[in-house]
Structures are given as structure tokens and as C-alpha cells.
Design a protein. Structure first.
Length: 189
């Protein structure tokens, strides 16, 4: 059985983007970059909601034209080669080895997990909330960055019920970014 991991960067005050949609604040030092590449390597399937997909597909196919950052140069070929799934009701097709699903999202992602796939959900609060609500996310890897944005899009949207989690790891990268790694608790309450 595969699993679905929610991989997200957030500010100390709980936002995944600033008040004007800014995402220029994550601190991607060498340790965090190495961890990110290790986690996303292999035969993982990258999972996105449409909004995050638009951002990722505008940047990663030509990252070398936009950046000389060591992380970007190392991750760009991984991104281009990885299998990807985009959840969208409006997008009909996508490039870069990407499948679009718009209906039966929970069922299709559960079937992918049952086939043995490990999915990495990058960012996004709406899709994460939907999948949390349906118990599809197995693990949360929240990277807390040393910045207070003062508003923006929260990492977690309102839920109709509580989701019990257990902390399985906490770790500091590059003396500034803290990973909080949680798994769904065995008994949900």
C-alpha cells in the first residue's frame, strides 16, 4: 500500500502565502534542499491542486532560465521527469508527464495509493483540506520558516471534524527551518 504525504512550507503564523500571494519567503538552505530532494526522488507521484500547479508549471520546466540557486538547479530535472497528478475541475490537460483528475478525486487517489504509489502533495490548502476531510492524507510534513507574514492563505482550511495526529519527528534544517512530521492517528475521534 502506498501513502500520501502533504509537504508544505508555512510561516510561523501559519500561512502558506502572504497577503498578496507572496511565496518569496521560504528559506531553502543546503540541508532542507537535500532533504527535499531525497523525499521527492525515486518513483514518487507529485500531486497538485490547480493553483499550485499553475505556479509550479510556470517555473520548474525552465527553472535554469530563472535561477542559479543550487536547489533549483538540482530539483528542476527531478520535477520534469516525475509523474504528476493535478486535481482540477477546469483544467482539461497538462504537460510534463501529468494526469488531470477532476471527478472522483478521493477514489482515484485512494486507488493510486492502493496500487503502491507514494504521492507527495505539494502545498495548497483547498485540496489538502478536502483530502484531510476524507482521511486520504497519511502524513503531514510541515516546514515552519522563520517569518511572520501577518496574513495570507492559511495552511489549513476549516474542517467539519477533528483529525487526530501523532508526532513522529521534529527536526531543524539549516539552523532555521523546523520540520513537524505527523501521521494520522490510528483511531480517529
Amino acid at each position: 500500500m502506498g501513502r500520501l504525504i502533504h509537504f508544505v512550507h508555512q510561516s510561523l503564523d501559519g500561512f502558506i502565502e502572504g497577503p498578496n500571494g507572496e511565496f518569496d519567503w521560504p528559506q531553502m538552505g543546503p540541508e532542507l534542499s537535500a532533504y527535499s530532494q531525497e523525499l521527492s526522488g525515486g518513483d514518487k507521484v507529485f500531486l497538485y491542486g490547480r493553483v499550485v500547479w499553475d505556479m509550479m508549471s510556470a517555473y520548474w520546466p525552465r527553472a535554469e532560465q530563472h535561477s542559479t540557486h543550487e536547489h533549483d538547479l538540482a530539483f528542476a530535472p527531478i520535477w520534469r521527469e516525475a509523474s504528476k497528478v493535478v486535481v482540477s475541475r477546469t483544467l482539461e490537460k497538462a504537460e510534463w508527464n501529468t494526469r488531470v483528475i477532476g471527478e472522483n478525486v478521493v477514489e482515484e487517489l485512494t486507488a493510486l495509493k492502493e496500487s503502491g504509489a507514494t504521492l507527495l502533495l505539494f502545498g495548497g490548502s483547498a485540496l489538502a483540506a478536502h483530502l484531510t476531510e476524507h482521511g486520504v492524507i497519511d502524513e503531514y510534513q510541515i516546514f515552519v520558516h522563520p517569518v511572520i507574514l501577518g496574513g495570507g492563505k492559511p495552511v489549513f482550511q476549516e474542517q467539519s471534524h477533528r483529525a487526530g495526529l501523532e508526532l513522529v519527528e521534529s527536526r531543524t534544517f539549516d539552523s532555521q527551518v523546523v520540520l513537524l512530521r505527523h501521521r494520522r492517528a490510528a483511531a480517529q475521534g
